[in-house]
Design a protein around this ligand. Sequence first.
Ligand code: HMG
Ligand code: MG
Length: 294
Amino acid sequence: MDSSHTQSIVSALPKSVKIVEVGPRDGLQNEKTVPLDVKVELINRLSQTGLRHIESGAFVSANKIPQMADSEQVFQYIQRAANVSYSALTPNIKGLEQAIQSQVDEVAVFSSVSESFCQRNINCSITESLNRFKPVIALAREHNIRVRGYLSCVIDCPYDGATNPKHVASLAKQMLDIGCYEISLGDTIGTGTPLRVATMLEAVLAQCPKESIAVHFHDTYGQAIANIYQALLMGISTIDSSVAGLGGCPYAKGASGNVATEEVVYLCHGLGIETGVNLEKIVEVGRALRKNLN
Ligand code: HMG
Ligand code: MG
């Protein structure tokens, strides 16, 4: 490999990335029963690794996701580090009101590029979901709470098949327009490969600034790290990951864990990209968690 090739890679990559740790939410929503003290300890330990953003729970229907039913207690008992933002999913006003009560720093609304997944996940159409988010975003603003937006099924849907990149771009733009500050693009079932990810991101970046886009890969087919590398080369600098690679979605059968935070940190540091995260510490948190969850 000649040095000009290496140089062109290095100059395309961001200098630093923000890692959004989603293990306590996306990871644990897929585990059968996790005691409250294990969740609290996990978040407390993650807070000491240099991570700046930890998605710590979800204010959603307990009938649908019983694993997140204790989110209020989680937020009550964690020891908050001053430089960490603790966030939660809030699909509607009811969820946001609970998040405000729990003094959550940031919330996230979540929709999908696929109609079938949207119906199964949040029981409404994509258009209805955006309309539902508008008052959530307005109320969050009144409380100075930033709102992140998630879009699921940006590559494939378990029910509707392949996703059209133009639809991803148009919905990401619409979610920014209604007031989300960042859109996390979810490869919910982990079927993406770097070329498809590049095609999808190219469509999105034609409509949305790269600073407003995050990527969220599940590692079902072992492609997550390759997909993240592709996203980094295209200037994306916000990456979702889950300590120990926990995760999945109950409405996406077969979807395995999120990409492991340890692997993302290792990749970034190897590429000369700052993460602010201490690799040894995050590996240790992952080890302890695996032991706790058997
Ligand atoms: P619905 O049934 O249409 O809502 O659900 P509803 O307003 O008719 O309420 C039904 C029941 O839920 C009522 O209780 C409400 O009180 C209760 P009941 O009277 O029957 O006892 N309820 C709530 N409870 C707690 N918190 C709330 C809330 N809202 C209503 N906020 C709803 C609509 C969105 C609430 C429901 O479908 C739901 O909670 N879905 C959550 C699904 C979910 O959490 N999925 C996993 C996260 S998404 C994901 O993992 C993908 C992601 O990682 C990215 C990727 O990988 O692609 C983000
Ligand atoms: Mg996910």
